[in-house]
Design a protein around this ligand. Structure first.
Ligand code: ZN
Ligand code: CU
Length: 483
């Protein structure tokens, strides 16, 4: 048997959570052609990978890569250098379709860019662009409530939607699901969605019923009201009869440190009677747009970008305020529009949430930030290196499962997230002894160490030291299809 690529004597961690095995893996075209002892096979390219791990390419369960997947291989180096081969876009209520913008969108929609990027008035148009001008990675897409809301309410969003407006959103969502979107996301925490009552969300989410699509949410409150927000999320899932995913699960603000014991117990109890999962990133700081009224004295803030003051990206807000001789709130207003990193979580909560069996790893990276949170370049190797290997929080097999097979199961991605004959050859080869995140809060855009090569559908997409290749083998993945 002759195939395109063979890994020999490689440690296979297959993504299902099963224990590693040493063997050979053959790739033919875009699929895995064989796993086991392939001594009788030969390959156009043979990699003797003794001591290295071959895993399914990582599936980033939570991204804001809606625009990054449109702009060629270099835009996705941040992810491919971590071993990521599939990204879930459209999170937190923010999706680049189906809405056009004629002026700079309100925060946080502007995380994806100014009006020139908002040109897709249907999900079909967005998916079409990804087909004619493919990304190097695969895309799974959610449709954002905030995008739908700003359009249906013509920007007048500081109120509940009327029945007519909610119906318009539901219709737009239904169309997008028919065109291949995988679910519906909300960002009820953010001002453009804050005034949406639960009933409005249920009315729009009604479009999910019977489609297999997911309800994914950046909840209304991840701080003092986190338990009520989880109840709201679970209630929406039950009302429409769909699986829910809680985005970047966390307990924010020092007074809530330790409460993941309560939140996880609540989620776990609910999981006995409804489908619920969550994603998490491996850091004690979050990042989003800068919101002056969300500042708290005991939460340090670092600036990731600022339109009026680009020279201050990467600086602490406290230092900027001191330099200007003003309060932090005033300094924040002067920086707008801007982005920020908020150091607002507890390490013990991060570990407890990540270690929970219902967790998936999602970077939540913000690819257009000038001085981004390091999760954009480091989330996956940080879980593999720092948390699994160095701290022993869980086995490497479990770490890989939380970034591959589990995510494929939750999002319904057929033949992805697993090393098995017949599955897509989305693969990553890494050194388990050296894999680590190099990006940190001072140098946030450094590629991971120890991730040697990443393949998408059998094509080499990233090589350590050389960067992204010219391959563009990514496609739009629809739930349950092989697309
Ligand atoms: Zn979010
Ligand atoms: Cu997000």
């Amino acid at each position: 048997m002759r195939c395109d690529l063979i890994f020999r004597d490689v440690t296979i961690i297959d993504g299902t959570g099963a224990a590693r095995v040493v063997g050979d893996v053959g790739v033919s075209g875009e699929r895995i052609a064989g796993v086991g002892d392939l001594g009788a096979w030969s390959g156009d390219r043979e990699i003797i990978a003794t001591g290295k791990v071959l895993a399914p390419g990582f599936i980033d369960a939570h991204t804001h890569d809606d625009r990054a997947v449109l702009c060629g291989p270099s835009c996705m180096t941040c992810k491919m250098s971590q071993g990521v081969t599939t990204v879930v876009v459209g999170n937190c209520g923010i999706s680049l379709s189906p809405v056009r913008m004629t002026q700079r969108p309100v925060p946080p929609l502007d995380l994806l860019g100014d009006e020139q990027w908002w040109t897709f008035d249907s999900f079909a148009a967005y998916a079409e662009r990804l087909t004619t001008d493919p990304s190097p990675v695969n895309t799974v897409a959610l449709i954002g409530h905030m995008s739908l809301r700003v359009e249906a309410m013509e920007g007048d969003v500081r109120r509940a939607a009327t029945d007519g407006e909610a119906h318009r959103m539901q219709t737009r969502l239904r169309e997008a699901l028919q065109q291949g979107a995988s679910g519906f996301s909300t960002g009820l925490y953010y001002p453009p969605s804050q005034d949406a009552p639960t009933d409005e969300v249920i009315a729009v989410a009604e479009a999910l019923r019977g489609t297999g699509g997911l309800y994914v949410t950046h909840m209304r409150d991840e701080g003092d009201g986190v338990l009520q927000s989880i109840e709201e999320t679970l209630g929406i899932g039950r009302a429409v009869g769909v699986p829910v995913v809680i985005s970047h699960h966390k307990c924010t603000m020092p007074q809530n440190f330790g409460r993941s014991a309560e939140t996880l117990a609540l989620i776990e109890a609910a999981s006995a009677s409804q489908k619920v999962d969550f994603d998490v990133y491996p850091y004690v700081a979050g990042s989003t747009v800068l919101m002056p009224d969300k500042l708290r004295p005991n939460v340090p803030v670092k600036i990731t970008w600022s339109i009026p003051h680009p020279e201050l990206q990467g600086k602490w807000l406290a230092d900027i305020a001191a330099g200007w001789g003003v309060e932090q709130g005033e300094a924040a207003k002067r920086l707008l529009p801007a982005g920020a990193i908020y150091f607002q979580m507890d390490e013990a909560d991060v570990r407890r949430i990540m270690a929970h069996p219902l967790s998936m790893i999602g970077s939540d990276g913000l690819p257009h930030d000038a001085f981004p949170h390091p999760r954009l370049w480091g989330a996956f190797p940080r879980v593999l290196g720092h948390y699994a290997r160095d701290l022993g929080l869980f086995s490497l097999e479990t770490a890989v499962h939380k970034m591959t097979g589990r995510v494929a199961d939750v999002f319904g991605l057929a033949d992805r997230g697993v090393v098995r004959t017949g599955a897509y050859a989305d693969l990553v080869l890494f050194d388990p002894l050296t894999v680590r995140d190099a990006a940190d809060f001072d140098n946030p855009t450094l590629p991971a160490e120890g991730i040697e090569e990443t393949w998408v559908a059998g094509q080499s997409a990233y090589v350590y030291g050389a960067g992204a290749t010219a391959a563009r083998a990514g496609r739009v993945i629809r739930r349950g299809t092989h697309g």
